[in-house]
Design a binder for this molecule. Structure first.
Ligand SMILES: NC(=O)c1ccc[n+]([C@@H]2O[C@H](COP(=O)([O-])OP(=O)(O)OC[C@H]3O[C@@H](n4cnc5c(N)ncnc54)[C@H](OP(=O)(O)O)[C@@H]3O)[C@@H](O)[C@H]2O)c1
Length: 374
């Protein structure tokens, strides 16, 4: 299979490349933000037909360097590509994802910010087999929901570890430093998603992602805390039965499943044994510890440009937290302040979503400059 790997130097991107090496997939297009030494090492190893980066300079002795604002889209539509693996961070993933899906090309999509921003524009893409989720919870949910008549599904539940600060006293959360919030109990991921896991904004974004991907209303979507994250998703049917999807917490599985679809990738993961499942505890998230869940549910319910504004404001807030400009407990209030100020555009197109993304970043930066959130 010929892949375009967008976000090749990141956590999901490099795990995708491990799968490509193991399964013998060709990487014909490759993208990262920076022309870093790691980027050039990958270009050297995979010798793609086309590659792009946003920051830095240089050219390889082979392959074509694509530049400019539409470079990711050009790579997603590169003729030799069978499947696009979307593993960049943020809104930048939306245009290439939409272009690929509209061209009838398969996208294995990890970039949840782009999925929730795209909202209605992506409707039907999962049912058509064009958009395959690369996220443990959604890949598990996809397997649970496939072939199940929608009217028999009462609830879809996705799980969370509760993040790095799950066991901290609520009154001490304001003191949490970046290194505390970056210590995720189960996953080794990029900085943004790890901080988003500590606030649970990541899980709130995933609720909206489930709504977009599977078309389930928010009343049928739930989040449970499950510290060991062996169970990734559960599906409750109208007869009261609960079906669960269990696997080791390892991104190789959703990546392999998305690339192999509709086949089952043999030997993708070491199977679970009874001793791995001795600790299957679940709890409801405490809304006082995790106010982000309500915020994300509301943003998702309003829809339109609101989810794009949510993730853009969150990225500014997380950047400010990591730079020591605001405390941990100010991340969610900063995002909430931006959402409150937003005038929603209903049924937005890509242009309106791009404008909303830009507006949210500027508004969040403005609030920070005026020290309205600390
Ligand atoms: N990590 C996980 O386990 C996981 C699980 C599920 C979903 N996701 C989602 O997957 C996405 C990627 O997460 P990650 O943890 O892999 O992030 P990451 O480690 O920060 O990597 C992001 C990758 O995207 C590249 N990139 C960022 N912006 C770009 C742009 N505008 N143009 C081209 N390349 C760009 C980065 O290049 P540089 O290295 O040059 O900056 C890097 O290769 C996020 O949306 C995340 O929420 C991640």
């Amino acid at each position: 299979m010929n892949l375009a790997v967008l976000g090749a130097t990141g956590s999901v991107g490099s795990q995708t490349l491990s799968v490509a090496r193991r399964r013998g997939h060709r990487v014909v297009a490759l993208a990262a933000r920076r022309a870093s030494p790691e980027f050039w090492r990958l270009v050297e190893e995979f010798r793609p037909e086309a590659y792009t980066f946003d920051e830095g300079s240089g050219e390889a002795a082979f392959g074509r360097r694509i530049a400019g604002p539409n470079a990711l889209t050009e790579l997603a539509l590169w003729p030799a590509v069978d499947t696009v693996v979307l593993a960049v961070t943020g809104f930048a993933g939306l245009a290439p994802m939409l272009a690929a899906v509209q061209a009838g090309r398969r996208v294995a999509a990890a970039t949840k910010e782009a999925i929730i921003a795209g909202g209605d524009l992506l409707r039907g893409a999962v049912a058509d087999g064009l958009l395959l989720p690369v996220d443990s919870e959604h890949a598990a949910a996809y397997q649970l929901l496939r072939g199940r008549p929608p009217e028999t599904v009462r609830r879809l539940i996705i799980t969370t570890s509760g993040g790095a600060l799950r066991d901290w006293p609520i009154e001490r959360l304001a003191e949490a430093a970046p290194e505390d919030a970056l210590r995720h109990p189960n996953w080794n991921m990029g900085n943004l998603i790890t901080i988003d896991s500590a606030t649970l904004i990541n899980k709130g974004i995933e609720l909206i992602e489930a709504h977009v991907l599977f078309g389930l209303p928010f009343a049928q979507l739930d989040v449970w805390i499950h510290p060991t994250q062996i169970v990734h998703a559960l599906c409750e049917t109208v007869d009261g039965a609960l079906y669960a999807s269990l696997a080791r917490p390892d991104m190789q599985l959703p990546i392999e499943q998305a690339l192999a679809h509709p086949n089952v990738p043999e030997g993708a993961l070491r199977p679970l044994e009874p001793e791995d499942m001795a600790e299957l505890r679940f709890a409801r998230p405490d809304p006082r510890r995790y106010p982000s869940l309500r915020l994300c549910r509301d943003a998702g319910t309003i829809g339109g440009t609101m989810p794009a504004v949510l993730t853009a404001a969150d990225q500014v807030a997380v950047r400010a937290f990591l730079a020591g400009e605001i405390g941990f407990a100010s991340i969610v209030p900063l995002v909430a302040s931006v959402l409150e100020r937003h005038e929603v555009v209903e049924s937005p197109d890509l242009e309106a979503l791009t404008a909303a993304d830009r507006w949210a970043r500027q508004t969040a930066e403005g609030l920070l400059r005026r020290s309205e959130v600390r």
